[in-house]
Design a protein around this ligand. Structure first.
Ligand code: CMP
Length: 227
């Protein structure tokens, strides 16, 4: 059996028996999206969860003033849409294909059937939601109390940890503009730019065409954890 690389590293498949790699994709629908195409919108009825097979997905919400707030960038193996599936409530955020993207969509009735055969699947979903809650708690604390420098360090580390971008000889290239950093960090664009310039002067990153070159992710961790 050839196991899809994305499924092999997906948290949804942790400790499932080998046949799950065949049965779950068979019970799911494979969909492709063009770059920029909406997968679903906040408030839509949600009756499927998605596993990213290829490409990249942006999850975001908008503030009351209409400012976009990026919640996550997701990559092959990552799961989204599980909240509405479990709760039977509308989508809590919007999902857009950031590049050409392929997903597996698993609908609720199929999921509930699979749960009888693979009870561990339910635990894995709980685990995915717990991991998100943990991350959001960290963010809450950060957003409530920390200064802009820490917020921007956090936003850049989040992009790095979510594997946005690719490795280059001198560091990790992150395709991001200052406005997006601001949207992730919850700061103004001017503040994000000021902090990026400070970090550049300290040798933590470089401005390169199309984004940033992160040369020292550890320095960001030190800022974040106050070491
Ligand atoms: P659902 O509410 O069905 O649709 C939007 C999805 O975005 C949601 O399920 C989660 O899968 C995902 N999502 C919501 N909040 C976050 C977050 N803070 N970080 C990462 N993903 C999220």
């Amino acid at each position: 059996m050839v196991v899809d690389e994305a499924l092999a590293k997906s948290p949804l498949f942790i400790d499932l028996p080998p046949e799950a790699y065949e049965v779950i994709p068979q019970a799911s629908t494979r969909w492709s999206y063009r770059k920029g195409q909406k997968i679903f919108q906040k408030g839509d009825r949600g009756d499927a969860l998605y596993i990213v097979l290829k490409g990249e997905v942006r999850i975001f919400r908008e503030s009351m003033e209409g400012r976009p707030m990026i919640l996550a960038f997701l990559h092959p193996g990552d799961v989204f849409g599980e909240m509405s599936l479990v709760e039977d409530r509308p989508r809590s955020a919007t999902a857009v294909a950031e590049t050409e993207t392929e997903v597996l969509a698993l609908f609720r009735d199929r999921y509930l059937n699979l749960l009888k055969r693979f009870p561990r699947l339910g635990h894995n979903i709980a685990r995915i939601i717990a991991a998100r809650l943990r991350e959001v708690n960290d963010e809450l604390l950060l957003f409530a109390f920390e200064e802009a420098r820490v917020k921007v360090a956090f936003a850049l580390l989040k992009l790095y940890r979510q594997r946005r971008g690719k490795p280059r000889e001198k560091g990790w290239f992150i395709p991001v503009v200052h406005q997006e950093i601001a949207n992730l960090a919850g700061t103004s664009r001017e503040t994000a730019t000021r902090v990026v310039h400070e970090l550049r002067d300290q040798g933590v990153l470089e401005n390169v065409p199309g984004g940033l070159l992160l040369k020292d992710p550890e320095a960001l961790e030190k800022i974040l954890y106050g070491l």
